[in-house]
Ligand binder design. Structure first.
Ligand SMILES: [Zn+2]
Length: 150
């Protein structure tokens, strides 16, 4: 097991959840953002709601958002079943968090475990995890035109 080390304090290798800088584990294989489940859910809800209100729009001016939107448009023939494409979404979420100040762990366990054990996963850290999460949620709201006071 080769767990990523925190790029900030450089000392926490085994129990990354104990590191005060641990932000999230983005697992694109299983479609999870461990450690930030609430924000993950909130952001997905906002995206799904916004996308379903404007399914024929040309898209968003923002490049990050546009990639998820395009994957959503193409994700299903049936409108009612539309959901955000997990791969595109978790890539977006990670890019967003990095843009808001998160740092990727030093080594990644994209794994030497052999067939069946590979996992496309990154661990993110931040100096101030709350600040990064607040920025990320605020960024999504602003980009979607959702009132921040809502
Ligand atoms: Zn640390």
């Amino acid at each position: 097991m080769n767990d990523p080390n925190c790029p900030i304090c450089l000392e926490c290798s085994d129990l990354r959840e104990d590191c005060p800088h641990f932000l999230a584990e983005i697992d694109r294989t299983f479609g999870e953002a461990r450690g930030i489940e609430d924000e993950d859910f909130e952001i997905q809800e906002m995206l799904n709601t916004s996308f379903s209100l404007a399914p024929t729009a040309a898209g968003y001016s923002n490049e990050l958002l546009n990639d998820v939107f395009k994957s959503w448009i193409g994700s299903s023939v049936c409108n009612a079943d539309r959901e955000i494409d997990e791969l595109a979404y978790y890539k977006f979420l990670q890019d967003l968090l990095v843009r808001c100040g998160a740092k990727t762990g030093i080594s990644e366990n994209n794994d030497a475990g052999g067939p069946g054990f590979s996992s496309d996963m990154d661990v993110l850290y931040a100096e101030n995890t709350n600040e990064v999460l607040e920025m990320a949620v605020a960024w999504v709201k602003q980009s979607l035109g959702i009132s921040v006071n809502k």
